[in-house]
Design a protein around this ligand. Structure first.
Ligand SMILES: NC(=O)c1ccc[n+]([C@@H]2O[C@H](COP(=O)([O-])OP(=O)(O)OC[C@H]3O[C@@H](n4cnc5c(N)ncnc54)[C@H](OP(=O)(O)O)[C@@H]3O)[C@@H](O)[C@H]2O)c1
Length: 271
């Protein structure tokens, strides 16, 4: 049995599908069990249940640290020996001087809590998800230009299904204790380049407007961290591609185009 927290979310839902496809039993943790599909081998839970391993998803809304501390305490009490935590690229390994509101500082505190938990641990640090582009859907549907605070900064944009595939390997295989993997797609691609790919797939011109990063361009709960992140990307500071996905899954991670060809037509057709 594998316990997946954040099971209704971007990586958690892909991970649940991946584990079930491998014939494993999965407990999907959520605050709303009605959101968990009815599938053989899958049970919904609102609390930590005994399992062989737990996928620990810190929600993007940046829950207080005690959210993770409570989950780890409950995991220990339930006899779960192994935890795989989703983190983010650029999280420092050691003590650092990042401001407290920085995404890396927040993930650092969560990683440190896990490292000190006494449980077997592995950390996954993915780069920007391909699914972030779905936030452009309302503007694309309405024919409005896409506001781009990331300039021409390139990133190794990753398909969340590849993060899930790595998580499934690490949750179920051995030899990953005390290891940190940095996960990216196979190519560096900027926002204007992603939009050029989408324009081809959707068969319509897409206009992009460049803007200096500013908090009002992002959802309020992540505004500070996202503004700092956009400045970094704009300056070329997240132009990173790693071999970790292929090493761990023996398959090449998806290009942005391959992910978009699967995901985007339904987004626009379903409008
Ligand atoms: N997006 C990126 O490009 C990116 C890149 C690197 C790292 N990350 C990291 O990925 C993580 C998740 O990001 P995401 O946007 O993809 O989130 P997500 O996995 O789509 O959603 C978070 C999940 O957590 C649960 N959740 C939300 N708020 C909660 C709360 N207050 N208490 C308990 N559960 C809660 C929700 O489950 P229920 O509603 O079912 O309870 C939801 O399924 C973040 O830590 C982020 O830093 C993201």
């Amino acid at each position: 049995m594998i316990l997946v927290t954040g099971a209704t979310g971007t990586t958690g839902s892909a991970l649940v599908r991946d584990l079930l496809d491998r014939g494993l039993e999965v407990a999907a943790m959520t605050r709303d069990p009605a959101r968990v599909p009815d599938r053989p081998g899958l049970t919904a839970t609102t609390v930590v249940v005994p399992a062989d391993a737990m996928y620990l998803l810190p929600p993007a809304a940046r829950t207080p640290l005690d959210h993770e501390e409570n989950l780890l305490r409950a995991a220990k009490a339930a006899g779960i020996p192994r935890v795989v935590r989703l983190s983010a690229i650029g999280t420092p390994d050691e003590d650092h001087d990042l401001p407290p509101g920085h995404l890396g500082a927040w993930h650092f505190r969560g990683e440190r809590t896990l490292r000190r938990s006494g449980l077997e641990w592995t950390v996954l640090r993915p780069t920007t998800f391909a699914t972030n582009s779905l936030a452009w859907a309302p503007d694309i549907r309405a024919g409005r230009p896409i506001v781009n605070p990331f300039g021409d900064g390139k990133q190794g944009v990753i398909d969340p299904a590849d993060i899930a595939a790595v998580a499934a390997e690490v949750l179920t295989g051995d030899g990953h204790h005390e290891l940190i993997y940095t996960l990216t797609g196979p190519e560096l691609i900027s926002v204007p380049e992603q939009l050029a790919v989408l324009a081809e797939i959707l068969g319509r011109p897409l206009e992009v407007v460049d803007r200096e990063p500013a908090p009002e361009l992002f959802p309020s709960e992540i505004a500070e961290a996202a503004t700092a992140g956009a400045r970094l990307v704009r300056a070329g500071g997240n132009a990173v591609v790693t071999p970790d996905v292929e090493k761990l899954t023996s398959r090449r991670p998806a290009m942005f185009r391959a992910w978009a060809e699967r995901a985007w037509p339904a987004v626009i057709d379903g409008a």
